[in-house]
Design a binder for this molecule. Structure first.
Ligand code: SF4
Length: 449
């Protein structure tokens, strides 16, 4: 474990990551960014295939991913102050007819216009509190807008200001690959809907909220359930009460970290690589499996490393290291705590004494928390400023564009989940809402053959 060449300074106090990146690129500030293209407008990447600059820039984007058309020039060339004024004016004109939602990882320049700021599920629930709003403008990524559409009334339009704001992790579990995996598992386990003598089916599919509506629908059709990073353990316990094993997608790290904390041995968590027969495992491994982990990951959270934690501890004795469970297992193990974005936020809010925090999650949230809690030293574990590529695609220019169109009676960039997908996807979400932690820890994998 080496701390060499990693310098971590609690230097970020302005909540704007954009301003910091621009200062770095223009040489007005020290530090490093993963892409100097982040200082450009995101519209420069709307016509180019790929996730664009940021943490996912090396990931392969699936063919057929939604593309954003050209943003009108007036929004590309407007100053930040002009865009702020236009957004405020449009929101004032629309009043209660619109709700603007901003994800924790969204840039500060957009979040300041949000009526609600939270994680994806909190925001979908916030939309539910406004059944009379005609439009829900979701400043997040595509799967979040789909979830809001699933939970909102049919008359409400859910709008994603930039259609290129996908999610590289969600894209790693493609519905055709998942259907194919299910067929292969049927060859190994037999009828996947048939319970054994203990009343357990061979496998329960569990998908992370960060997945397409098509995947949530698949899970709903096959007796499975959705989870968030806050309730993953409760959901796995729900699944183990109904099945011998779990197929968990798309994030291998959340699946592994959660199951490991529950006592599932690593050797009973084979990976499913959709490009390999039987996912790259043997039939024996699959028969012995308790959790089959889909080969997906978040490129933001995969950047965090054990070396960064060692550097933080060396430079800041007593530092409290909290990371997101989408980080690799070694990083979660080396941290003091791991938890969802909401957990991280609440842990900082609950600290009564001035504390130094090193946080392993998306930099926009970390920098905002640092600005909100000046009594603490809060810094991102990753010394390179590298935001989520797809959250970055939402810029105030797109927000102004969709809001002004609404003022003129036009709905742009509406996200709609077809009914045949929406109905089973809602079933999977409802199972999650109904899942409760068991009175005593479930441990049937210890008894199961
Ligand atoms: S941070 Fe990771 S999981 Fe979240 S939207 Fe970005 S790529 Fe997807």
């Amino acid at each position: 474990m080496s701390a060499v060449n990693i310098s971590l300074q609690p230097r970020r106090i302005d909540p704007s990551v954009d301003l910091e990146i621009r200062a770095i690129v223009e040489g007005r500030a020290g530090g490093e960014t993963c892409s100097t293209d982040l200082a450009s407008g995101p519209w420069n990447f709307d016509t180019v295939p790929g996730y664009g600059p940021g943490a996912s820039m090396g990931d392969v984007i699936p063919t057929g991913s939604p593309r954003q058309g050209e943003l009108p020039a007036e929004y590309r060339t407007a100053s930040a102050d002009e865009l702020d004024a236009r957004i405020l004016a449009a929101k004032a004109a629309l009043g209660d007819r619109v709700v603007v939602l901003g994800h924790f990882y969204q840039r500060e320049e957009v979040v300041r216009h949000a009526d609600y700021v939270g994680d994806s599920f909190q925001l979908a629930n916030a939309a539910l509190e406004h059944p009379d709003a005609e439009a829900i403008v979701f400043c997040g990524v595509h799967f979040m807008a789909e979830t809001a559409d699933l939970l909102s009334r049919p008359e409400q339009a859910v709008i994603l200001p930039n259609l290129a704001a996908g999610c590289s992790m969600a894209d790693m579990a493609d519905i055709d690959q998942v259907e194919d995996a299910w067929e292969q598992l049927e060859d190994v386990y037999g009828d996947l809907s048939a319970p054994d003598a203990d009343g357990l089916v061979p496998v329960i599919p569990v998908t992370y909220m960060n997945s397409s509506a098509a995947i949530k629908g698949f899970v709903g059709r096959h007796g499975g359930i959705v989870c968030t990073s806050s309730n993953a353990r409760t959901v796995l316990e729900w699944a183990f009460a109904r099945g011998r094993r779990v197929l968990f997608f798309p994030d291998q790290h959340l699946g592994r970290n959660t199951a490991k904390a529950m006592g599932v041995p690593l050797e009973q968590m084979p990976m499913w690589n959709p490009r390999k027969p039987l996912g790259g495992s043997t039939e024996e491994q699959l028969l012995d499996a308790r959790v089959i982990l889909w080969h997906g990951f978040c490129s933001v959270h995969r950047r965090f490393s054990v070396d960064q934690i060692a550097a933080a501890r060396a430079e800041h004795p007593g530092v409290r290291v909290i990371v997101h469970p989408e980080c690799p297992m070694e990083v979660v193990d080396a941290a003091d705590e791991s938890g969802s974005t909401d957990y991280i936020r609440k842990a900082i809010e609950a600290a009564t004494e001035p504390t130094t925090f090193a946080i392993g999650t998306e930099v926009n949230l970390v920098q905002r928390l640092a600005a909100q809690h000046p009594q603490h030293e809060i810094f991102c574990l990753d010394p390179v400023v590298c935001p989520c590529s797809t959250m970055y695609r939402i810029h105030p220019g797109y927000l102004a564009w969709v809001l002004e169109a609404l003022v003129d009676g036009e709905v742009l960039n509406r996200i709609t989940v077809p009914g045949d997908v929406a109905d089973p996807a809602r079933v999977a979400l409802e199972r999650m809402l109904a899942a409760k932690p068991p009175a005593a820890p479930a441990a049937h994998w210890e008894q199961a053959s």
